[in-house]
Design a protein around this ligand. Structure first.
Ligand code: ADP
Length: 516
């Protein structure tokens, strides 16, 4: 074929085509070669290929076999290194000697770089997977996907409701979810000899009580959230349960592949330490309540005595009326009703005192803060009256509930008001307490107790909530620290300041509104 004709033909091909003579000089250079290497035909023709591209000289294998394929590193006109995939053939002349070498080449630099990046990322991921102190599992959840598609076809659209109504369906999802791989830490955490022991279905690791957590993670995955994380209890193969922090990631790439990565951290130690701390706090709070009740004994006795005295009076009046020749039954019924009401009042006071006195685990419930304040005031009614203290209430009627233990919260309010009464009783000024409830700027439910006592010395303000800080001769200095511990375990904050008008102190705390 005429070289010019052949050149036109070569230009139709996108790949690089280069022809060299027996001495390795370039005799044909198509548009694809210009595109790939950056040299144009004028620069390339007549030059030895090995000089121009920095590599790819005679290959002994090529000359022996007459053909060669492989990857070569070459240099482009702008100095860049190129990785090219090359195919070459030798055309021989009539004498059987090599006459020319024809090669086609394709640049694969980018493909190689992408492959290398992928390999490196895979390597990093594998390293992390193995070396992390958390237990990692790779799960195959394609069968779960299949089950979800089936119920969807059958008309289920709210997965969360379906899972809640059919826990057996959730268990079945676990039974079909297989563990594909686990890391070294999993072998340690689950106490098995070797990783293959864990390559089973995940229902074996999930106690019945933790089924809901698995259901929630599936809901999170299908609703497109990137991850899910929750504390739960898991089980080793020999049946030992432990507290775990469970995290599942749903990157779209692996999800499309039907794979899921989960991480498990043993938080047993942390949970045990937390429980001990809570228990200790509850013990302190209880001890402080009992001592507070001790201080209020006179008031409480008075509170109980009042209805008892009324009962005694009414009962003896009733007896007298009964001894009349014709007792008035309506009057007697009335007197009896009052006796019953007074007996109930006394019983209610004793029940309140007992609630404060017994030690039991805190029970957080949605509560109305106003009701807690009003109940707490019942403890202090006699105390405040006896010391000539007036209490003005401004309770916001539209407050959301707070999630709290009733007795502990009452304890806080009783403590703060008792402190205010004591501060004012030791002073000659006016004796007024203003108690307000409301919503603060953070959207939390707040309680503010202002008094008109002497206030707190500015130097003492930062130490008020320290354990054993007291300015009273017979003080213990545990009231305020316990108030703070109670408020903080409920997710709130407490602070003290002196009133801006220079008269008295203000104690305020807030609590997050209960989630509805
Ligand atoms: P205690 O009552 O045993 O001293 P607390 O922890 O309840 O322990 O209070 C610590 C200190 O805080 C008190 O000794 C007092 O100096 C100060 N304090 C508390 N409430 C008030 C108040 N309303 N006005 C002034 N000082 C107060």
């Amino acid at each position: 074929m005429d070289p010019a004709e052949r050149g036109d033909l070569f230009d139709l091909v996108q790949e690089s085509i280069v022809v060299c003579d027996a001495a390795g000089r370039i005799t044909a250079w198509n548009a694809g070669s210009t595109e790939l290497y950056g040299w144009d035909a004028g620069q390339a023709l007549g030059r030895p290929l090995a000089d121009l591209l920095g590599a790819g000289g005679d290959d002994p294998a090529l000359l022996a076999d007459g053909r060669w394929e492989g990857e070569l590193a070459r240099r482009a006109a702008d100095g860049r290194e190129l990785i090219v995939e090359v195919r070459r053939i030798v055309r021989r002349g009539a004498d059987g000697e090599p006459a020319e070498i024809i090669e086609t080449a394709r640049g694969i630099t980018e493909r190689r770089a992408a492959e290398r990046a992928l390999r490196e990322s895979e390597y990093r991921y594998r390293n992390l997977f193995q070396a992390m102190a958390a237990s990692f599992w790779e799960l195959d959840f394609r069968p779960v996907g299949q089950m979800l598609r089936e119920i969807r076809k059958a008309g289920v659209s709210d997965y969360a409701a379906h899972f809640a109504a059919h826990p057996e369906f959730v268990r079945e999802m676990m039974r079909v979810t297989r563990v594909l791989a686990v890391n070294e830490q999993s072998v340690k955490l689950f106490g098995v000899d070797d990783a293959t022991a864990l390559l089973t279905t995940i229902d074996r690791f999930w106690p019945e009580a933790s089924t809901g957590v698995y259901a929630d993670s599936v809901v999170a995955a299908v609703s497109g959230r990137p991850s899910f994380s929750r504390e739960t209890r898991l089980r080793t193969l020999d049946g030992r349960e432990f507290d775990a922090h469970f995290t599942a990631c749903f990157p779209p790439e692996t999800v499309a592949d039907g794979k899921l990565l989960i991480g498990i951290i043993d938080i047993g130690e942390r949970v045990r330490a937390q429980r001990q701390l809570q228990d200790l706090q509850a013990q302190f709070a209880h001890a402080a309540r009992v001592s507070m009740l001790g201080e209020l004994t006179a008031s409480i006795a008075h509170e109980v005595n009042q209805p008892l005295a009324a009962i005694a009076t009414n009962a003896s009046a009733g007896m007298r009326w009964l001894s009349r020749p014709e007792p008035d039954l309506d009057e007697l019924r009335g007197i009896n009703t009052r006796v019953v009401a007074d007996a109930q009042r006394a019983a209610a006071i004793i029940a309140r005192v007992r609630d404060m006195a017994v030690r039991r685990a805190p029970e957080p419930r949605p509560l109305s803060i106003n009701a807690v304040v009003e109940e707490a005031l019942l403890f202090l009614h006699h105390e405040s009256q006896g010391k000539g203290v007036s209490i003005e209430l401004a309770l916001d009627p539209d407050l959301p509930s707070v999630m709290a233990d009733r007795t502990q919260l009452q304890q806080v309010v009783v403590n703060l008001i008792a402190n205010a009464i004591q501060a004012m009783a030791a002073d000659d000024g006016p004796r007024e307490i203003r108690l307000r409830t409301g919503l603060d700027a953070e959207g939390k439910v707040s309680v503010k107790i202002e008094d008109t006592g002497p206030g707190v010395r500015p130097d003492d303000l930062p130490r008020l909530f320290d354990s054993f800080f007291t300015t009273k001769a017979d003080g213990m200095g545990m009231g305020l620290p316990i108030c703070r511990s109670i408020i903080e375990t409920h997710g709130g904050a407490i602070r003290a300041e002196n009133n801006a008008d220079g008269r008295g102190a203000c104690f305020a705390f807030n609590l997050p509104a209960a989630e509805v």
